[in-house]
Design a protein around this ligand. Sequence first.
Ligand SMILES: *[C@@H]1O[C@H](CO)[C@@H](O)[C@H](O)[C@H]1NC(C)=O
Ligand SMILES: *[C@@H]1O[C@H](CO)[C@@H](O)[C@H](O)[C@H]1NC(C)=O
Ligand SMILES: *[C@@H]1O[C@H](CO)[C@@H](O)[C@H](O)[C@H]1NC(C)=O
Ligand SMILES: *[C@@H]1O[C@H](CO)[C@@H](O)[C@H](O)[C@H]1NC(C)=O
Ligand SMILES: *[C@@H]1O[C@H](CO)[C@@H](O)[C@H](O)[C@H]1NC(C)=O
Ligand SMILES: *[C@@H]1O[C@H](CO)[C@@H](O)[C@H](O)[C@H]1NC(C)=O
Ligand SMILES: *[C@@H]1O[C@H](CO)[C@@H](O)[C@H](O)[C@H]1NC(C)=O
Ligand SMILES: *[C@@H]1O[C@H](CO)[C@@H](O)[C@H](O)[C@H]1NC(C)=O
Length: 557
Amino acid sequence: MDFHVHMRIALLVLIFCVWVSAEVIGMNKNVSAPSIQRVVNIGALFTFNSTIGRSAKPALLAAIDDINSDSTILNDTKMNLILQDTDCNGFLGTIEAMQLMGKEVVAAIGPQSSGIAHVVSHVVNELHVPLLSFGATDPTLSALQYPYFLRTTISDNFQMYAIADLVLYFGWREVVAIFVDDDYGRNGISVLGDALAKKRAKISYKAAFTPGASASDINSLLVEVNMMESRVFVVHVNPDSGLAIFSSAESLGMMNTGYVWIATDWLPSLLDSSATIGHDRMDLIQGVIALRHHTPDSDMKTNFISRWKNLKNIETQNFNSYALYAYDSVWLLARALNIFFNEGGTVTFSDDPRMQDTNGSSLNLTSLRIFHQGSKLLQIISAMNFTGLSGQIQFDTEKNLIHPAFDVINIGGTGLRNLGYWSNYTGLSIAAPEILYTKPPNASTNNQHLYGVIWPGGSTTKPRGWVFPDNGRPLQIAVPYRVTYAEFVSKDNGPLGAKGYCIDVFEAAIQLLPYPVPHQYILYGDGRRNPSFSNLVNEVSQNKYDAAVGDVTITNK
Ligand SMILES: *[C@@H]1O[C@H](CO)[C@@H](O)[C@H](O)[C@H]1NC(C)=O
Ligand SMILES: *[C@@H]1O[C@H](CO)[C@@H](O)[C@H](O)[C@H]1NC(C)=O
Ligand SMILES: *[C@@H]1O[C@H](CO)[C@@H](O)[C@H](O)[C@H]1NC(C)=O
Ligand SMILES: *[C@@H]1O[C@H](CO)[C@@H](O)[C@H](O)[C@H]1NC(C)=O
Ligand SMILES: *[C@@H]1O[C@H](CO)[C@@H](O)[C@H](O)[C@H]1NC(C)=O
Ligand SMILES: *[C@@H]1O[C@H](CO)[C@@H](O)[C@H](O)[C@H]1NC(C)=O
Ligand SMILES: *[C@@H]1O[C@H](CO)[C@@H](O)[C@H](O)[C@H]1NC(C)=O
Ligand SMILES: *[C@@H]1O[C@H](CO)[C@@H](O)[C@H](O)[C@H]1NC(C)=O
């Protein structure tokens, strides 16, 4: 290995001043027994200054410390974690990811950004370096396309099916999707559309905003969606900017009775990792339903929770599910490496002949080298089966974690109420998924249960989920301008413009509806003789009028 090359990279990233290559060391060093035979590099890439990053970083470092001080696993190997901040910016993040991949890592952990994950997945495939992604939930990142990509968290694919099940459970038919217009947002919402279609429901409107949209952009977007019929809003955005939606919604009166807000796991991730979320911010999100990655309770998890405040590098008093997935990812790798070395695996790299074309270009890609036995390591990782902080770590044939499940929570008061769970096994249930896995699956529609929701506005009545669109045009209702039997319906000089028994019945019915129906009576006929009822019905069917109220019957001639 060329020491200068390593120096150059180390200087470039200004993170590590000491480079330890993946080769036998152990000379002169008086290391505590058992003696360290080798050091393996593990790369980790994520955005440090982010809701996910602040939870993941201390967990990754704790896992490395735990493994390096545990003599029962990798007892002669030191895991060297190389952290790389991918920033949030797609371009710089990609360059930083490439630099990390140039450091002869046996595996990479991360990234959280789905956009960067797509690029890095191509690179790891070329270099045969397994990529354990604890944060990228974009459902289009699949192991079928990228064999070296393994997801150590739950794909948004399942989350979108969970939302579709919620929509069906509450009997709604249409939702408005509010999402951030990047790979994560778009691809998630695209699956939501498919999932709803299977339940004969649909996304009636897609409201996308660019990452980093200003408050006024968000405001105009919400004004627009508020004019739609649907009152069910699914919000799939980033934890770092998502609350801005609710600030706007609150100021527009959209957090009141009649509205339904469903947030994907970004919201619990944000709430769980904030030690204290201000009352003003909690007030914004009262009545919201959200999904959170479900991780079963266990002694391991309890211990980790009590350890958290003593971990190095913590920036937040609490953490979200990504800390558990990050911790488990490192252990998954350590267990797999343990088997890999016991089976005689070796860590060697070679130049990638396809990268030589770039010789001389300022992007020196010759530092990207192929991990010879990467496919062997990948196989071992894919076949692992153990219990981690986040539950059972085992992959199905598509390299998804088995048993994807979510907590369904309802935000009320200063806390989160658990409404139940969703699992890919039985759908919505009050019993925890771990209990259900021991029984035969029953995802039938009458086996779906949740506790009662407290909706926005403090209401316990399930919102209807739609209103007549508030686009300034009241329903146009034709009323026969009768001359005879005017008691049924005829002209009136009052504000309604019409009166009679039929009008009384119709007005009473409208009053019973839990939402306003703006309407306007339009006299049909000239008032000198009774109008033609057949023409009236025809004009309703031709959409000249939205409805007719009167002593009208439609009979089969
Ligand atoms: C390592 O440490 C032991 C005792 O701590 C000492 O006897 C030995 O000479 C040391 N070896 C080297 C190579 O420094
Ligand atoms: C982290 O990001 C926020 C904006 O998202 C910024 O205000 C803050 O200064 C950043 N902190 C650091 C340490 O970079
Ligand atoms: C370390 O591993 C080696 C080989 O796997 C084994 O022989 C040795 O007993 C282990 N040492 C400890 C302390 O577990
Ligand atoms: C890179 O380019 C230099 C000069 O252009 C050439 O001498 C060298 O052999 C090339 N190296 C490789 C690996 O192609
Ligand atoms: C590119 O990297 C290779 C190996 O990593 C090194 O030998 C070569 O000198 C570097 N070339 C330039 C132009 O930096
Ligand atoms: C994985 O481990 C669990 C319990 O630890 C066990 O019940 C299950 O049978 C294992 N699965 C496989 C495929 O080995
Ligand atoms: C989810 O459920 C579907 C249908 O029951 C099944 O085909 C699929 O394998 C499940 N996936 C996982 C990861 O459990
Ligand atoms: C599934 O659950 C429903 C309601 O609890 C029950 O009526 C039905 O018999 C169950 N089906 C099976 C196959 O257990």
